[in-house]
Design a protein around this ligand. Structure first.
Ligand code: COA
Length: 306
């Protein structure tokens, strides 16, 4: 299903600004990362996207390639960012087939809505492993190629939960805080060698898997949530893709080691919000014993995704 350009890109960018460049994206079949990739491909880049689900990743790669005639997009499935060998093999294949790696988006992430009491130590570790170790592994596997590029750029996809703390997101908030910190270290250690490393922190973006899990589906609560956002609306995948194009382009080369929220100033009002709670209870009522799991979406899966 090819996507109309207006869904993922503003009409202000020039064709071919990324011509001859290659982008490597973990979690590249996901709602946000696939649109970031699509925008880069539309503007001239070739791409390699990685995911755990092989058929989903390969199908997404084919579809993203329709954004520009002649585009090359490789989809590498069964790639788990928790395994460094998986990433090293993917980076080698990307460089061999597409000629190198100029830009990296570390977008693979894990999330579910659960209280501290409601998750096991292994569940906490799973999210830390996917987000933190996965981002580290992505950096480690791609740096050798980035350091050979004339425009080496790394962009991690984070979140804003940890700025305030967030009920039922303790595991994710801890992981994203670490991701932000890792990218700061990359800028400090590799900035002198030309690497530009930043973080993009999406707020509530409509139509994403994250929103489906985290936000209410009740119309009156959706309207209330949107009203509570200073910009008055949920974000779109285009908001994130446009910001990505800017952050990977030459126009932003002096923005380095930064965390850029793209959230309509939403995080400034978040915190004890009713994340993941669908039954209309307000904070702190939904934390009462016996009610913490009531209305939570995205409950335990029967079996692993891979
Ligand atoms: N609530 C509480 N614990 C949960 C949970 C939930 N909703 N979902 C999973 N867990 C626990 C499991 O029970 C397990 O812990 P245990 O061994 O103590 O029972 C642990 O988390 C690992 O689960 P598992 O399903 O084996 O991990 P996985 O590696 O297959 O999947 C997840 C990782 C759990 C993050 C899964 O949600 C996933 O694959 N997510 C990818 C997509 C995604 O989250 N994208 C983010 C969009 S915002």
């Amino acid at each position: 299903m090819s996507v109309p350009e207006s869904t993922y890109l503003s009409p202000i960018w020039r064709d071919d600004i990324f011509k001859g460049k290659v982008i490597f994206v973990t979690g590249g079949a996901g709602t946000i990362c696939s649109m970031q990739t699509r925008a880069m491909v539309r503007l001239g880049a070739n791409a390699c996207i990685l995911g755990r689900n092989a058929s989903k990743t390969e199908a997404a790669a084919k579809d993203i390639a329709t954004a520009r005639p002649g585009a090359k997009v490789i989809g590498i499935g069964e790639c788990d960012v928790r395994k460094i060998e998986s990433l090293e093999a993917a980076a080698a294949r990307c460089a061999k087939e597409l000629g190198g790696i100029d830009y990296v988006i570390a977008g693979a992430a894990g999330n579910f809505v659960a209280s501290i009491d409601g998750i096991s130590s292994n569940a906490f570790k799973t999210v830390m492993d996917i987000d933190v170790l996965g981002t580290y592994n992505t950096i480690k596997a791609t740096l050798p190629y980035l350091l050979r590029s004339a425009t080496p750029r790394l962009l991690a996809v984070s979140a804003t939960f940890h700025y305030t703390g967030m009920p039922f997101q303790a595991h994710v908030a801890a992981a994203k805080a670490s991701v932000d910190s890792l990218i700061a270290s990359v800028a400090l250690e590799y900035g002198p060698r030309g690497v530009v490393a930043n973080v993009i922190a999406p707020g509530p973006i409509a139509g994403t898997e994250g929103m489906a899990r985290l936000a209410s589906s009740r119309p009156e609560q959706i309207a209330e949530h949107e009203r509570a956002i200073p910009s008055g609306r949920f974000g779109t995948v285009r908001d994130i893709a446009d910001a990505t194009v800017f952050l990977l382009s030459d126009a932003s080369s002096y923005i380095n080691g930064q965390v850029i929220p793209v959230d309509g100033a939403s995080w400034r009002r978040q915190g004890a919000y009713t994340v993941g709670v669908d039954m209309g209870a307000k904070y702190p009522d939904f934390l009462e014993p016996g009610r913490t799991t009531e209305g939570l979406k995205g409950g335990k899966k029967d079996k692993a995704k891979l």
